[in-house]
Design a protein. Structure first.
Length: 109
C-alpha cells in the first residue's frame, strides 16, 4: 500500500461508524524496515486485535464492506448520490471511490 492509501485507511478506522466486518483484509501498519503483511479479518468473540492493523482499501471485499458501512450511515437518500456516482464513474476499486467512501463516513452523524 502507498502512503496515501495508508493515510486513507487510518482516516477510515478513525470514523465514528467504523467497525471491522467479516471478509475484510487487514494490513499490518508499516514499521520502518519491515514488510507489510496481510491477513483476512475474522470477527467473532474470540478474535479482536486492535491497534496494529489497517483495512486494505485495495481489496475488493474490504471496499464492499466499506460500502456497507456507508449504507448504514445514510439517513436520507439523495439523487445523485456522490459515492455511487464515483463508484459508477470510476469503479469500486478506483482510489477516488475509496476516498469518497471514507469522506462520506467522516461526514456521517
Amino acid at each position: 500500500m502507498t502512503e496515501e492509501q495508508i493515510a486513507l485507511a487510518r482516516r477510515a478506522v478513525a470514523c465514528k461508524g467504523w467497525r471491522w466486518m467479516p471478509g475484510m483484509l487487514a494490513v499490518e501498519q508499516a514499521v520502518p524496515g519491515m514488510a507489510l503483511s496481510t491477513r483476512p479479518v475474522r470477527v467473532d468473540e474470540y478474535w479482536h486485535e486492535v491497534g496494529v492493523w489497517l483495512p486494505d482499501l485495495t481489496d475488493p471485499a474490504t471496499l464492499g464492506c466499506l460500502l456497507a458501512l456507508y449504507e448504514e450511515t445514510r439517513k436520507m437518500l439523495t439523487c445523485p448520490d456522490p459515492v455511487y456516482t464515483y463508484a459508477s464513474a470510476y469503479g469500486l476499486l478506483h482510489p477516488r471511490t475509496a476516498e469518497a467512501l471514507v469522506a462520506a463516513l467522516e461526514a456521517a452523524p
